[in-house]
Ligand binder design. Structure first.
Ligand code: CAA
Length: 440
């Protein structure tokens, strides 16, 4: 069977940066370490007044097409995943295609365009759709463009405000991919939940603490479901495990949950038993509360073991490096976690070709999905071609007063006419609601 997967990735960050410990913490009256150590974030990316989900998505897609030497006729499908859409009828992919058509001779009249919505898991679903479209032989030799793009903004003074971010990830899905081959086995954990909603409103209504419990519960179910198909997982089977990253502190919890689950009934659990005992088994407890308490104690002890810390430091921690600097990008988050992992391997000169990644996606509402990927030969060249560091470095560091103004500018309910803080550099810019971006 021909391999199908991700052939290229490009990341586009908002042009502004909010320094969380330096600028945000003092205004909130919070200890900076709540952000750097607790949530695990140093900065958020913010869109300038001329940026939105269309311009960021189009700029990422344009760079990807230029780098890969693609023309519109090479793309048979454009799917956008977003939870920041402004149009309930026309998909954001049509706006992005409109932008791209300004700079290419051909157009995308032949391409199937759509928009995927299931909170942050939607981009993984769109990658799935593209994968299935190619596997079904309906692609007529063309590749699919999947674009995850979000302005993940919360209302001022909402606890989520510290985890904001804005950016886009464009991915090319094709046969014989250069970056990763996607496996056919998938595990799901899905349930109707109401901890994070945006019903006809721009900023989400969030029960933050509950949202964390729901994330972990669905992720555990997805891992169990994945194991039903592919057999028991072992933590050492995977070079990296990129998770959906609303903020790195959440992934610290997901990593521990995954490890505890994967070592059950393995030699690792046996080896650790002398130090911290064995995992409590539900059947040994009459009382649910006592069982939960025993689990908490076991997990706390597990987190302190050298073996776990080494595994986490090699397999999960490196997936958080971009996220720490940009905040939550909703649909793009798990995909920047994968890119962070590959960048880490490149920096450490690890030979990743043929090694496996286990990817854990999640969307509120709620659904988790887990699948494995095999790293392909061209991964290093692809990851080195990304200019994410350059983009992060050129962001303009905003003051708190500028942050307040720019937050208003992106709040459709507030009449704001804020000046641009950076100058567009040969890129698509926002040109009014319902219009595609113009290239300036
Ligand atoms: N030094 C070190 N650590 C500190 C600290 C300090 N001075 N002060 C606090 N901390 C730690 C806390 O102990 C806590 O860590 P633990 O959870 O490990 O105990 C962490 O910093 C955060 O502190 P709080 O819990 O007090 O933070 P909060 O209540 O103000 O906000 C939040 C946390 C509720 C998650 C909030 O950021 C939020 O609502 N976020 C949006 C919702 C979200 O991201 N949910 C995640 C799951 S849902 C999802 O994944 C989908 C999605 O993308 C939104």
């Amino acid at each position: 069977m021909t391999a199908v997967g991700i052939d290229a990735i490009e990341i586009r960050t908002g042009r502004l940066k909010l320094d969380l410990p330096g600028t945000f913490a003092p205004e909130q009256g919070e200890d900076p370490e709540k952000y750097t150590k607790g949530l695990g974030l140093h900065a958020s990316s913010f869109p300038d007044s001329y940026e939105d989900i269309v311009t960021m998505g189009a700029n990422a897609a344009h760079r990807l097409m230029e780098r890969k030497g693609l023309e519109p006729e090479d793309i048979g499908r454009i799917d956008v995943a977003t939870e920041s859409a402004f149009d309930n009828s026309k998909p954001v992919s049509t706006y992005i295609a409109g932008c791209l058509e300004q700079v290419y001779d051909g157009d995308f009249h032949h391409a199937n365009k759509g928009e995927r919505k299931f909170a942050c898991v939607a981009a993984t679903q769109a990658v799935d759709d593209a994968y299935n479209w190619i596997r079904a032989g309906r692609n007529r030799g063309r590749a699919a463009l999947v674009i995850a793009t979000d302005t993940a903004l919360y209302a001022r003074d909402d606890p989520g405000e510290a985890t904001q971010g804005a950016g886009a990830v464009a991915m090319l899905i094709d046969e014989d991919p250069s970056v990763v081959e996607i496996s056919t086995e998938q595990g799901y954990g899905s349930a109707d939940e109401t901890d994070f909603l945006k019903p006809q409103q721009q900023f989400p209504s969030v029960d933050g603490k509950r949202s964390m419990q729901v994330y972990l519960a669905r992720m555990r179910e997805a891992l169990e479901d994945f194991e039903h198909l592919s057999g028991d997982t072992h933590p050492d089977d995977y070079a990296y495990i990129p998770f959906h990253t609303p903020f790195p502190g959440m992934v610290r919890k997901a990593g521990l949950l995954g490890y505890r689950h994967m070592i059950r009934d393995t030699g690792v659990e046996d080896e650790l038993a002398e130090e911290i005992g064995r995992q409590p088994r539900r059947e040994a407890f009459d009382d649910e509360e006592a069982y939960q308490e025993a689990i908490r104690e076991y997990v706390d002890a597990l987190a302190e073991t050298e073996r776990y810390q080494e595994w986490y430091g090699n397999t999960v921690e490196p997936t958080l490096s971009i996220s720490r600097e940009v905040g939550n990008w909703y649909t793009g988050s798990v995909h920047i976690a994968r890119a962070s992992a590959l960048r880490d391997a490149d920096e450490k000169d690890i030979d990743l070709t043929g090694q496996e990644l286990l990817v854990g996606s999640y969307g509120s509402g709620a659904q988790a999905e887990i699948h494995a990927e095999t790293v392909q030969e061209g991964w290093r060249e692809e990851i080195e071609a990304m200019n994410v560091d350059e983009q992060l470095d050129r962001r303009y560091d905003i003051s708190f007063e500028e942050y307040e103004e720019i937050h208003d500018a992106h709040n459709h309910d507030v009449d704001s006419d804020v000046e641009e803080l950076t100058t567009p550099e040969n890129e698509f810019v926002f040109d009014g609601w319902g219009r595609m971006g113009e290239r300036k």
